[in-house]
Write a protein that binds this ligand. Structure first.
Ligand code: NAD
Length: 510
């Protein structure tokens, strides 16, 4: 029964089983509340600005030795990390659910994503390729090499409390970099758990400094210390656009490199030829899954007039039957919002939408007697007269705005006409429409999918988005290049000194 929930006790047991010392989470000044029932589950010790500076110093030193380890050996290190994550998948997955309120299968899925990126990075460790180019000069060779860049600061959001660290770290480790992680102040426990795992792996591997992967805990102020320190070569920051606007400028001021993974406002176009049953399943997962708290959550649905009524009526049926509640229970598909602020943001967005003619179905607080101190909501569907007001913003909650279109170009324009550019989707069986959507004239997002939703990306592709989503790419494909520095080499193996572009510069050598 939900009444007998003792989440603090369960959290403690999991942290113990993962080897986290209780001194890290018993008497600290950062209170961690489970969004499942509002219970205080830990009090975590925060890092000071001085400690953060010391951490950076240690990370710089750790880099200096790590870069000497051959890349395939660094891959072996990441392979061991993947093995350890496999062993503790259940514990860590459940901790994700306890700390941020994801349903169990999504908590486990997040750890699976960590394992997958480790596997990817192991292969990558033998594939950090540079190119060779034909030189315009005789007896010359032109090539490029990729070298480790230094220390990478990883700032993460609450909604993927562990996976985002691994997207960055698994790549950065094989690239030869050291890592400092600043997790969200809302999810320090999962970070402590991952830190304990990586520390064990460092020991087992034996060829890396214990400072190769470090953790600092606290709010934006220590994030700010990390961001402004010129010894941190790359800042990879995941979170809201408001955060990225500040972080991006601060890193640029010191000519650092940033990878920004920010807010999305993702849309799907549903065309007359769409397989509506398939679309319905994808739309439901995209809009309602993770209680609307994914950066790739489906927030806008652009539906052709001819199928609008039938799709809306099917969606309403899904929305009224979806099981909301304790995410630890079987069958529940919608867990809580992270906190009261999120709930208020959702309420305010719905109010604003109504004011400008939006018709709201669902929404409002979902009350469960046993979970009264938490913020559960009914997902909302909002039929909009046009794409204005809250529809062009990201509200991090399960609100799906729906709008009609008549011709395809109009649908594409609606899809693109928002400040964010993360993910997008089209449901169609018309190959011309599908390919137009994927073409240079189609979706302007970093991710564009056909006959699947906007969320649930695989690690094999590069992940990220354009415009106010920040332009960064993480995870698969060649995203690894952001964690290395490129060096172009010209080598003269002849006896002459020809200059490029035919320039003559004859001096008297004797
Ligand atoms: P947030 O912006 O409130 O916080 C994210 C992180 O940034 C936290 O660790 C926070 O402490 C830190 N931070 C905030 N201000 C900072 C500053 N000035 N300097 C340094 N660090 C600072 O985001 P959130 O509420 O935790 O997460 C939700 C947001 O994250 C949504 O907008 C979502 O779309 C976005 N997100 C994006 C992606 C992506 O890959 N594009 C992935 C997950 C989440």
């Amino acid at each position: 029964m939900a009444h007998s929930l003792n989440l603090a006790e369960e959290t403690k047991k999991i942290l113990e089983s993962l080897g986290v010392s209780s001194s890290r989470y018993n008497n600290g000044d950062l209170t961690v509340v489970s969004p499942i029932n509002g219970e205080i589950i830990a009090n975590v010790v925060q890092s000071s600005a001085t400690q953060t500076k010391e951490t950076i110093e240690k990370a710089v030193k750790a880099f200096q030795t790590w870069r000497k380890v051959p890349a395939p050996r660094r891959g072996e290190f990441v392979r061991l990390l993947g093995e350890e994550l496999r062993k503790f998948k259940n514990e860590l997955g459940r901790l994700v659910s306890l700390e941020v309120g994801k349903i169990i299968s999504e908590g486990l899925g997040e750890v699976q994503e960590m394992i997958d990126i480790c596997d990817f990075a192991v292969g990558l460790s033998r594939q950090l390729y540079g190119l060779t180019m034909g030189s315009e000069r005789s007896n010359h060779r032109l090539q490029e090499q990729w070298h480790p860049i230094g220390t990478v600061g990883v700032i993460t959001a609450f909604n993927f409390p562990v996976a985002v660290w691994s997207w960055n770290s698994a790549l950065a480790f094989v690239c030869g970099d050291s890592i400092i992680w600043k997790p969200s102040e809302k999810s320090p426990l999962t970070a402590l758990a991952v830190q304990s795992i990586i520390e064990r792996v460092i020991k087992q591997f034996g060829e890396a400094s214990t400072d190769l992967a470090q953790l600092i805990i606290g709010d934006y102020t220590i994030g700010d210390t990390l961001v402004n320190d010129p010894r941190v070569d790359v800042i990879s920051a995941t979170g809201s656009t408001a955060m990225g606007r500040i972080v991006g400028q601060n890193v640029a001021k010191r000519f650092g490199r940033s990878i920004l993974e920010l807010g999305g406002n993702n849309a799907a176009i549903v065309t007359p030829s769409a397989d509506l049953e398939l679309a319905l399943r994808a739309i439901a997962f995209g809009a309602i899954g993770t209680a609307g708290q994914r950066c790739t959550t489906l927030r806008r649905l652009i539906v052709h007039t001819s199928i609008y009524d039938s799709l809306i009526s099917s969606l309403k049926k899904v929305y009224s039957s979806i099981k909301i509640g304790n995410p630890l229970e079987d069958g529940v598909l919608v867990g809580p919002l992270i906190d009261e602020k999120s709930f208020n943001n959702m309420e305010n967005a719905l109010k604003a939408a109504k004011k400008i003619g939006g018709v709201v179905y669902g929404g409002g607080r979902y009350i469960d007697e046993a979970l009264q101190n938490a913020f559960y909501v009914h997902p909302a569907l909002v039929e909009m007269p046009s794409q204005i007001g809250p529809m062009i913003e990201e509200t991090f909650a399960p609100i799906l705005y729906v709008i009609k279109y008549d011709n395809f170009d109009e649908a594409i324009a609606l899809q693109n006409n928002v400040p964010q550019g993360l993910s997008s989707a089209i449901f169609t069986t018309d190959m011309r429409e599908a390919d137009h959507f994927l073409s240079a004239l189609g979706s302007d997002c970093g991710i564009a999918n056909v006959n699947m939703g906007s969320s649930g990306a695989e690690i094999g592709g590069a992940f990220g988005g354009e415009k106010q989503t920040g332009g960064g790419r993480e995870s698969g494909s060649d995203a690894w290049k952001a964690y290395m520095r490129r060096q172009t080499n010209a080598i003269n193996y002849g006896y002459e000194m020809p200059l490029a572009q035919g320039v003559k510069f004859d001096i008297q050598a004797h």
